[in-house]
Design a protein around this ligand. Structure first.
Ligand SMILES: NC(=O)c1ccc[n+]([C@@H]2O[C@H](COP(=O)([O-])OP(=O)(O)OC[C@H]3O[C@@H](n4cnc5c(N)ncnc54)[C@H](OP(=O)(O)O)[C@@H]3O)[C@@H](O)[C@H]2O)c1
Length: 257
């Protein structure tokens, strides 16, 4: 019992300590909202993404550091390492999206096209998280936090996108197991339809969104701020016994029948 109270005391005293946070895909949407929340709480934040101009604009608005690189490209991740923090307390693997929304549909019978489309979603959603986590593992502080943004699609489909997000959940369990002895946690936050992001790339109508959110118990889409709050909670020093989990933030839509 003594050790429990000691742990609680330690956690309380570190609650307001400034931490170093890296957020991939931090230039827009959920990543930018997450960066803003950590900045408001007084932490040092670095955001990453491919488009340098988008990153620079968000970084200037929030007062954070930014490093542009493609998180799905091993050489680009390696080349970015000297510009990323030397010690990392919180890594948010947020970069990703449904690449099918930015490609022409694959013609029936075009197996090469199918393979390309599946590889694109695997690279955008799985490799981005795996490569950045592997690259930063030696810099992750003991008691660190890895939070990865998955999707309700891991439970409900959406082709290669859902399959890629489901793969992330399996990878997250291994990550939690591997990092656990160091007091580091790894969890997935799984949003449902979330407004004010570039995710849908103008490909959906209001009717489509309305049909989707009608499955949520609260009948509305989520906001980037709401997803950021869940990420922030998992990243707290006091959240050290919560690991290997998937936290759904979708108004209950994952459980809808
Ligand atoms: N919005 C939703 O309804 C929803 C629902 C469930 C899950 N999600 C997940 O939430 C996460 C954040 O997406 P969002 O909704 O905030 O959409 P978003 O505004 O499109 O944000 C995605 C960010 O990831 C970056 N990114 C994508 N591929 C990258 C790569 N290879 N390397 C580096 N950065 C990359 C993008 O910047 P660049 O293009 O400049 O690289 C962009 O800033 C994604 O993982 C997405 O799958 C979103």
């Amino acid at each position: 019992m003594t050790s429990t109270s000691h742990t609680t005391h330690t956690a309380r005293t570190t609650r307001t300590t400034k931490r170093t946070v890296v957020i991939t895909g931090g230039g827009t949407g959920i990543g930018a909202a997450t960066a803003e929340l950590f900045v408001k709480a007084g932490h040092d934040v670095t955001i990453t993404g491919r488009r340098a101009d988008v990153l620079a604009a968000t970084a200037e608005r929030l007062g954070v550091a930014h490093v542009a690189f493609d998180a799905a490209d091993p050489a680009a991740v390696r080349a970015a390492l000297p510009r990323l923090p030397e010690s990392v307390d919180v890594l948010v693997n947020n970069a990703g999206g449904n690449t099918d929304r930015r490609r022409p549909p694959v013609a029936a019978g075009d197996l090469g096209g199918v393979a390309d489309a599946w590889r694109a979603n695997f690279e955008a959603n799985v490799l981005t998280a795996v490569l950045v986590t592997e690259a930063l593992k030696p810099r992750l502080a003991d008691g660190g936090r890895v939070v990865t943004v998955g999707s309700i699609a891991a439970k409900q489909g959406s082709g290669s996108y859902g399959a890629a997000k489901a793969a992330l959940e399996a990878w997250n369990v291994d990550t939690a197991r591997t990092l656990g002895p160091r007091g580091t946690t790894a969890n997935v936050v799984a949003p449902g339809v979330t407004s004010d992001t570039e995710f849908f790339a103008g490909t959906v109508s209001e009717e489509w969104v309305a049909a989707r959110v009608s499955a949520a118990f609260n009948r509305r889409p989520g906001t980037p701020d709401e997803i950021a709050e869940a990420i922030f909670f998992l990243a707290r020093p006091d959240s050290g016994h919560l690991t290997g989990q998937v936290i759904h933030v979708n108004g209950g839509a994952h459980a809808a029948r």
